[in-house]
Design a protein around this ligand. Structure first.
Ligand SMILES: NC(=O)c1ccc[n+]([C@@H]2O[C@H](COP(=O)([O-])OP(=O)(O)OC[C@H]3O[C@@H](n4cnc5c(N)ncnc54)[C@H](O)[C@@H]3O)[C@@H](O)[C@H]2O)c1
Ligand SMILES: O=C(O)C[C@H](O)C(=O)O
Length: 400
């Protein structure tokens, strides 16, 4: 009898100890989860600033690194006064890029120029391709294992550009390179909820394909909660989702494109990546990644399960209806050409790495961007332009 009582007490003690350990583990993950450094490249821009704010508010971020060609010390000082745990550091200019990137878990790239009315996203290619190539080169050098969230347009081409740079550097991990298409999902949810009289909080709509015009394919047949949608109403919703970016560009009337909704979408996607990295299960987002879902399209946006190494599983398209099948066929040509354009750009720039002819000078509101074929990137410095080749400033010119 006495020994039976002793054994019950021993068991109770063990259960107690186990419960205590479990409690400690839970507390340690909620108080002091993993250290996570998020870096924003283009952090002083229209997207960069509100995105920095949202990341500073995110409890999963412990270090927030803000990089731009200028303006980041001010943005960093401002954000650093917010009483949330993330430590903020600002970095400006080429010489600081390595420091900004070192130790990053996630690098988010909204660096580059936005559209003006009448432009397509592809019209940004000549400027943004060089910027993205230079930044990807630095990522390969300073934080080759980081997850990269590409926002800079044209996303359909800038993601393949980064992939080619990483391949050349020997650092490419297709599980860690993402084109951020979350804004398309955010818009599809908003527009579907409004049209169908639903509470937007309950709504989800997968969006697949790419991130430009007809390459954006909302799958309203899979929208939840399900409500009948066809004919003109379906056409109108599909078109509004595809033209959402243009709607904002027109409304801003020359003052750029979506920044606040993009910052929200970028923060949602970065948080999903952080949760995946931290081992949280069941994290699924639509995103533009290297994919074999559509054999002729090496990059494609679809639902992706995120995990500790980035992409854990690319989920299929699911059941799509005839309307969506037709739209899918229609987007293939443009998406394929945009992917190839990105790949070709990188290879041509390497092939011509020793030619130095000035091919384009593009002037913007307050500054000049000077783009040299074969030179890595030309950075804006007031009205002057620093010309860079192989990471060296080789001359400063005034392009006016
Ligand atoms: N993926 C999407 O859904 C989506 C949505 C909206 C905008 N965008 C794109 O995001 C990009 C940025 O838009 P924005 O409105 O923030 O533009 P912006 O001009 O307001 O800001 C861009 C920032 O990038 C910086 N920059 C330029 N070259 C750089 C370099 N080499 N290194 C670091 N920073 C550099 C600029 O100094 C500027 O601060 C555009 O290409 C736009 O088309 C994408
Ligand atoms: O439309 C743009 O140029 C910006 C962005 O891609 C968007 O969808 O809002």
């Amino acid at each position: 009898m006495a020994s039976a009582r002793a054994s019950v007490i021993r068991s109770l003690r063990l259960v107690g100890q186990h419960a205590q350990k479990q409690q400690c583990r839970e507390m340690s993950s909620s108080i002091g989860g993993p250290q996570r450094k998020v870096t924003i490249l283009g952090a002083a821009g229209g997207i960069g600033q509100p995105l920095g704010l949202l990341m500073k508010l995110n409890p999963l971020v412990t270090h927030l690194s803000l990089y731009d060609i200028g303006g980041t010390p001010g943005v960093a000082a401002d954000l650093s006064h917010i009483n949330t745990p993330a430590e903020v550091a600002g970095f400006a200019g080429d010489a600081d890029l390595g420091k900004a990137l070192e130790g990053s878990d996630i690098v988010i790239i909204p660096a580059g120029v936005p559209r003006k009315p009448g432009m397509t996203r592809d019209d940004l290619f000549n400027i943004n391709a060089g910027i993205v190539k230079a930044l990807a080169t630095a990522i390969a050098q300073h934080c080759p294992e980081a997850i990269v969230n590409m926002i800079s347009n044209p996303v359909n081409s800038t993601v393949p550009i980064a992939a080619e740079v990483f391949k050349k550097a020997g650092t490419y991990d297709p599980r860690k390179l993402f084109g951020v298409t979350t804004l398309d999902v955010v818009r599809a949810r908003t527009f579907y909820a409004a049209k169908q009289g639903l509470n937007v909080k309950d709504v989800d709509v997968p969006v697949v394909g790419g991130h430009a015009g007809v390459t954006i394919l909302p799958l309203f047949s899979q929208a939840t909660p399900k409500k009948p949608l066809e004919g003109e109403k379906l056409d109108a919703l599909t078109k509004r989702t595809q033209d959402g970016g243009t709607e904002v560009v027109k409304a801003k009337d020359g003052k750029g494109s979506a920044t606040l909704s993009m910052a929200y979408a970028g923060a949602l996607f970065a948080e999903a990546c952080l949760k995946g990295l931290n081992g949280q299960k069941g994290i699924v987002e639509c995103t533009y990644v290297q994919s074999s879902i559509i054999p002729e399209l090496p990059f494609f946006s679809s639902k992706v399960r995120l995990g500790t190494n980035g992409v854990e599983e690319i989920l299929g398209l699911g059941e799509i209806n005839e309307y969506e099948q037709k739209a899918l066929e229609a987007l293939k040509g443009e998406l394929s050409a945009s992917i190839q354009k990105g790949v070709d750009f990188v290879h041509q720039s390497w092939a011509g790495a020793r030619g130095e002819s000035l091919v384009q000078v593009v002037s913007f509101d307050v500054s000049v961007l000077c783009y040299k074929k074969s030179w890595d990137v030309a950075l804006r410095v007031g009205v002057g332009v620093q010309l860079h080749a192989n990471d060296q400033v080789v001359s400063v010119e005034n392009c006016y």
